[in-house]
Design a protein around this ligand. Structure first.
Ligand SMILES: [Zn+2]
Length: 234
């Protein structure tokens, strides 16, 4: 009996440890992961996850155009299929595109072939939409454990997470100014900011974008894509 209790405790501890590792933004078992870059330059990358969706894509592109900023979009394969024109519009505006899986499932305890299909299908869709640059990957919910990093390492694909995520730390109903305040307080040179603006439920995140741009610019920051950020790292 005693040994069973001990073994159960051990299994539980291992399970909790692996769960923590799976959601760690700074670590994965294999391959290259970046959550920010080391630089002394005041540069920062705005990144948007999910979508594209019809209405909200137009909205965020307008905001970025007005601010004269290039951002990075991690798109979901299935949504690309449903919104080809919106995908092309993002590409045409010169923004960076990344892969955010095909069905947006947690990539934990999934087979190698499942992971491969999710990523390859989405990369194909991004390429078909006309994108010709390097495509990096952002895991749905930031989750990864064994098969996903193993696959990414084999294919030499960089995982991009983030170091500033206001929506996780703030209340669901946080206002645009709460969101921008959080971002401005937590951004440092080389930061990668994560926002969700592709759903109507996230109108405050969308409304926060011009505030974030203005306030970080006032502090001397310049907005770049993730590729430019990586290119500028020390
Ligand atoms: Zn997502």
């Amino acid at each position: 009996m005693n040994i069973i209790i001990k073994l159960s405790a051990l299994v539980l501890i291992i399970f909790i440890a692996l769960w923590q590792v799976s959601k760690n933004e700074k670590f994965q078992f294999f391959g290259n992961l970046i959550d920010r870059v080391e630089t002394t330059e005041k540069i920062v990358a705005l990144t948007f996850d999910d979508g594209p969706t019809k209405h909200q894509t137009k909205e965020i592109l307008k905001v970025l155009d007005e601010a004269e900023i290039k951002a990075t979009f991690y798109l979901v394969g299935k949504s690309i299929e449903e919104n080809i024109q919106e995908t092309k519009n993002i590409i045409d505006k010169g923004h960076e595109i990344g892969n955010h899986s095909y069905t947006h499932q947690r990539m934990v305890l999934k087979s190698y072939s499942f992971v491969a299909e999710e990523l390859e299908k989405t990369n194909e869709l991004i390429t078909q939409a006309g994108y010709r640059e390097e495509i990096r990957f952002r895991p749905p919910y930031g989750k990864k454990l064994f098969a996903l990093p193993y696959y990414l390492n084999n294919k030499n694909i960089t995982t991009v997470t983030w170091d500033v995520e206001p929506e996780t730390y703030l209340d669901k109903n946080a206002s645009a100014s709460d969101i921008s305040e959080y971002v401005v307080q937590n951004t440092k040179p080389g930061s990668i900011i994560l926002l969700h603006v592709m759903f109507k439920s996230r109108v405050n995140s969308l409304a926060a974008v011009p505030l974030i741009v203005q306030q970080l610019r006032d502090k001397g920051y310049r907005f770049v894509t993730v590729s430019d950020l990586i290119g500028n790292s020390a």
